[in-house]
Design a protein around this ligand. Structure first.
Ligand code: NAP
Length: 294
């Protein structure tokens, strides 16, 4: 008989969402468990809308030490937590729960993950000007990250400018950073930008081959030195292709995906995962992910 990885002493963690079948999180966290030899298992939980409160109290009763929360529960779940960290409060959404004596505490590790993506590529945005494209879920995390990392100025540009304005106003309530809102035409006129971040869906799905900044010349005009794209399917979007052709540093969204999971592990297990370990994990999972896509 082969020895099972799951024992009576194994801790249980997981991800709740609906749908959940597509989630890459079980692959990421179980790979971490196997590589590190830690005694835990990570499983998907399909939780329908309306069942979030019961799921959270049930999970606590079962002693599930850590959970990720995905669409559509990231906002709803906040009602059932005993505490929420600053970045998650600013965003108004939580993606990671840690069990404590008082109940679950909520975090948003997308914020930490996108910060790690830049830091671990040697990018420091302190005192720099950032252009963020988009005002949805991913953009919220990028905006909070830019403020937390001490950007001198953040311009949030969105097709629907009102949403960019609302996000800018919310960030100003939590951070002292200089923040303004723009539409996409105004975004294409910006200058002296250090970092461009794409958190729109332009470049993904039926918009593969399009860039939110349209072309290489527009990207060049912004003055950007670094370009981050939250998208990782395709692996290199048109925006990142333009960035590479201009000789700029180009980072895709797979780093954010892996590093938000790394940050969750650090929170759950009170440990720190070093750059080399995280990099090795990213490379292993990138190969796995690409094979799954074929
Ligand atoms: P979301 O909340 O639905 O937001 C979508 C954003 O894209 C909005 O700002 C929307 O603008 C904009 N948009 C959509 N179509 C557009 C178009 N034709 N032209 C210009 N802007 C357009 O989505 P999300 O969850 O933030 O996801 C955004 C992207 O980030 C997706 O590609 C997703 O795959 C990626 N993502 C990556 C990670 C990661 O870990 N790497 C995590 C989360 C998301 P309006 O407000 O005007 O509609």
């Amino acid at each position: 008989m082969t020895e099972s990885r799951i024992k009576g002493s194994s801790k249980v963690l997981g991800v709740m969402g609906c749908p959940i079948e597509h989630s890459f999180s079980p692959t990421i966290h179980n790979t971490i468990a196997v590589n590190s030899g830690e005694n835990f298992v990570y499983v998907p939980f399909r939780v329908e809308r309306g069942n979030v409160g019961e799921a959270v109290s049930g999970a606590a009763a079962l002693g599930i030490v850590g959970l990720n929360v995905t669409v559509p529960h990231k906002v709803e779940v906040m009602k059932y937590l005993c505490d929420v960290d600053k970045a998650a409060q600013a965003i108004g959404a939580v993606n990671t729960l840690k069990l404590t004596e008082k109940g679950y505490v909520g975090y948003n590790t997308d914020v930490i993950g996108v910060g790690y993506s830049l830091e671990r590529s040697g990018v420091d945005i302190k005192g720099k000007k950032v252009l963020l494209l988009g005002a949805g879920g991913a953009a919220n995390a990028c905006a909070a990250m830019a403020c937390e990392k001490g950007a001198a100025e953040l311009i949030i540009a969105n097709r629907t400018k009102e949403k960019a304005q609302a996000l800018a106003e919310r960030m100003k309530e939590h951070y002292a950073c200089k923040i303004s809102a723009a539409d996409m035409d105004e975004a294409r006129e910006t200058e002296n930008i250090f970092l461009v971040m794409n958190a729109t869906t332009v470049g993904f799905g039926d918009k593969v081959g399009s860039s939110p900044l349209q072309d290489k010349q527009t990207l060049l005009k912004t003055g950007a030195k670094v370009v981050f794209d939250a998208i990782y399917t395709p692996w290199e979007t048109k925006l990142l292709q333009d960035a590479s052709e201009l000789g700029l540093k180009a980072i895709n969204g797979f780093d954010m995906l892996i590093y938000q999971a790394v940050a969750a592990e650090e929170i759950w297990f009170d440990k720190s995962i070093g750059k080399d370990e995280a990099e090795a994990l990213k490379n292993e999972l990138a190969e796995h992910y690409r094979n799954e896509q074929l």
